[in-house]
Ligand binder design. Structure first.
Ligand code: HEM
Length: 291
């Protein structure tokens, strides 16, 4: 295909993704889907033959990867993209569609920055391209061992502290401390669910569907399925509220703060970035885009 044809196909897919995001309120799920497809990247394997180093290759759509513990619930996102977008936009890879859905959930429904991402990712075409389990971060330590990482083949990311564990996971991807803190701010969106990660409450006053209203960044009220614990009150809006709430001891106790989240203020080298993002939304956006 010509560059122009490809561009037109991308724009058409984007229109349908925008409709899907607005109608099914799946934006946060898409951000997590794209991140988990990409976040197994290992820079130490970068010189190996593609797709050994992992990254955004669409491998998450196959078992066994989709059944990894960290990916609980993401099958719903895979199915939404498959049936609503991919079947109509065959030209675009799954890997690109996942990243596009994430980017639109941040910019379009979320009101966040334009990520300016580039497209043209190639998909792996079979489960042989799946990544090994254990490359993604833990929000809480194993209650028996006190270790973050380590329960599912993640020995290389094991650590007694959340900050140490996050560094092992994110440094392997080639990220630095500022990028770890900025990317953590994606928890401005979405929720943790009891029947997925097992973290947080069954539901809270923000997620029970009866007491609060959820809005997209354009002010339009969005219906959503009840349940889970959100990090922020408006969990379809992408802004720096995650950092504001996290650093506020008087914030509503029904908002979620995992140990890995708290680390962005508790860890001495993370804290300056968390404070900067708390105080300045534009600086958060700038660092998030870069990361
Ligand atoms: C820093 C280490 C991180 C840890 C330990 C972590 C952990 C988690 C956990 C446990 C959940 C709940 C999943 C569930 O129960 O459904 C979650 C949800 C989520 N995560 Fe993270 N995460 C991290 C980083 C990130 C990053 C880098 C992004 C994106 C850039 C991200 C985006 C999301 C989103 C959007 C949700 C909500 C999904 C939904 O509402 O369905 N997270 N994360």
């Amino acid at each position: 295909v010509s560059a122009n044809e490809y561009k037109e196909a991308l724009l058409a897919a984007r229109d349908d993704i925008d409709i899907l995001l607005a109608e099914s309120a799946c934006g946060p799920l898409m951000v997590r889907l794209a991140w988990h497809d990409a976040g197994n990247y290992d820079k130490n394997l970068a010189s190996e033959k593609w797709p050994i180093a992992g990254g955004a290759t669409g491998s998450i759509r196959f078992a066994p990867e989709i059944n990894h513990g960290a990916n609980a619930g993401l099958i719903n996102g895979v199915k939404l993209i498959q049936t609503h977008i991919k079947e109509k936009h065959q030209l675009i890879s799954y890997a690109d569609l996942y990243q596009m859905a994430s980017s639109r959930a941040i910019e379009y429904t979320g009101g966040g920055p334009s990520l300016g991402i580039r497209y043209g990712r190639q998909d792996v075409d079979s489960p042989d391209g799946c990544q090994k389990e254990g490359n993604l971060p833990d929000g809480e330590a194993d209650p028996d061992t006190g270790n973050y990482g380590g329960t599912s083949g993640t020995a290389s990311t094991e650590d007694k502290t959340p900050g140490g564990h996050l560094r092992k996971v994110f440094y392997r991807m080639g990220m630095n401390d500022e990028e770890i803190v900025a990317l953590s701010g994606a928890h401005s969106l979405g929720r943790a669910y009891h029947d997925r990660s097992g973290l947080g409450a069954e539901q809270t006053k923000f997620t029970d569907g009866s007491t609060t209203t959820q809005k997209f960044a354009n002010g339009k009220v969005t219906p959503f399925h009840a349940g889970g614990s959100s990090w922020t009150e408006q969990f379809f809006v992408f802004d720096n509220s995650y950092f504001i709430v996290l650093d506020d001891d008087t914030s509503d106790p029904e908002l979620l703060k995992m140990s890995s989240d708290k680390a962005v203020f508790k860890d001495d080298d993370f804290r300056p970035f968390a404070e900067k993002f708390r105080d300045n939304k534009d600086s958060f956006f700038e660092s998030y885009v870069k990361a």
